[in-house]
Design a protein around this ligand. Structure first.
Ligand SMILES: [Zn+2]
Length: 271
């Protein structure tokens, strides 16, 4: 396993001066926001040290409005952007984010797609003076002394494009979140065979599609809460009734962006 610590650069770049007490108070917490961007994913992690980590950007520019709500207006830096995979419902919003913010580092699986929006992403990425890192299982992004974002999977050999999604585990003291991108049951099976997946919160894979959220995964992860990032009345019928049934069977509380809007977790940072 190859460990890559981005901590040095994140910490160096994270020295942001805050001039409003509101944001200083916020930064005593680790915050995880599942942004309501319609049918797609966009997740913002804000560390107590002041780093903003954006995972995917949803299907359009709505993510910009959402970032504007969570980040102070003078804060134009995103310390780390992660693209889980290049499907339109994950990559599209990132084009505008690259234009509007200074993105310091980008982590993605470098799996290309022949779409207009993918070309736009690549072109903006080339213009950005960002440190670009190819995702590999085993990488860790660390902040503070006890928290990390770990890459569990970035399977470029997967037979389905969705299974190439960068899968992340957020590990903080007494709070763990599993972010599955759009992997299918095949990816989930691979994940289960590779280690401890017990978490508090699960970002359900692929918007609650019936091709994901297998029993095998739920038994390994045993989350208290499943978050489904999904658009109201989407064309795909997400989330699938059988997936909701499975969550109910395992006693997992379901939160959905189409019903609850933005879903935020705020965890006090350790002393
Ligand atoms: Zn998706």
């Amino acid at each position: 396993m190859r460990n890559m610590f981005l901590a040095g650069s994140i910490l160096l770049l994270g020295a942001v001066a805050f001039s409003l007490w509101g944001e200083i108070a916020d930064r005593q917490y680790l915050q995880v926001h599942f942004l309501d961007v319609g049918q797609g994913d966009a997740i913002l992690i804000q560390t107590p040290q002041g780093h903003d980590i954006l995972i995917d950007g949803g299907p359009d520019e709505k993510v910009l409005e959402k970032l504007g709500k969570e980040m102070a207006p003078w804060n134009r830096d995103i310390e780390l952007m992660v693209l889980t995979h290049g499907e339109a419902d994950h990559i599209s919003g990132l084009v505008g984010v690259l234009k509007a913010y200074e993105v310091k580092q980008v982590l993605w699986n470098k799996m290309e797609k022949e779409t207009k929006v993918f070309a736009a992403f690549k072109s903006e990425l080339e213009k950005e003076d960002a440190h670009v890192v190819e995702a590999e299982a085993g990488q860790e992004i660390r902040w503070g002394t006890d928290s990390a974002l770990k890459v569990l999977l970035a399977d470029k050999e997967a037979s389905a494009f969705n299974d190439s999604s960068v899968v992340l585990l957020l590990e903080a003291p007494s709070f763990r979140v599993l972010l599955l991108g759009d992997i299918t049951k095949a990816g989930e099976r691979k994940l289960v065979s590779e280690g401890d997946l017990a978490v508090d919160v699960l970002k359900a894979a692929h918007h609650g599609s019936k091709t994901s959220s297998s029993r095998e995964l739920l038994e390994a992860a045993r989350p208290r809460i499943a978050v489904i990032s999904v658009g109201a009345e989407n064309l795909y019928g997400h989330p699938a009734p059988e997936v909701l049934g499975r969550f109910a069977e395992y006693g997992i509380e379901v939160l959905r962006t189409d019903m609850q809007g933005d879903i935020s977790f705020r965890i006090p940072s350790s002393p």
